[in-house]
Design a protein around this ligand. Sequence first.
Ligand code: AMP
Length: 116
Amino acid sequence: MNAQNTIFDRILRGEIPCKKVFEDEHTLAFYDIAPQAPVHVLIIPKTRIVNVASAEAGHTDQLGRVLQTAAHVGRLLGVADSGYRLVFNNGPDGGQSVDYLHCHLLAGRPLAWPPG
Ligand code: AMP
């Protein structure tokens, strides 16, 4: 797949729909299409980064904003007190299937540790 044409690039360009939870100038949060928990939201930066491993010093601001938006989404969806897990899958063994950096926010049930 073309590096600029991942499913999340297409969502950002408005070419395919998403169920939006929150958006600001720097980030977009939307529900995962195949939820793995009662609450499963993806948070992406609006500037493309492939994954954590490929992030550079110049991406520090975007990475911080993704985490800030995750915390905001946790509050918006009422799971800040019950808790949630943030996951960045990275590369093949990490289970990354979309080459556009994204943070999974999972909540709404007790989450096992370690993950399988
Ligand atoms: P990862 O495996 O960490 O790369 O996560 C990619 C996530 O994107 C998976 O949890 C998918 O269910 C989710 N996903 C794929 N396509 C869409 C879509 N069109 N809208 C929302 N979530 C999607």
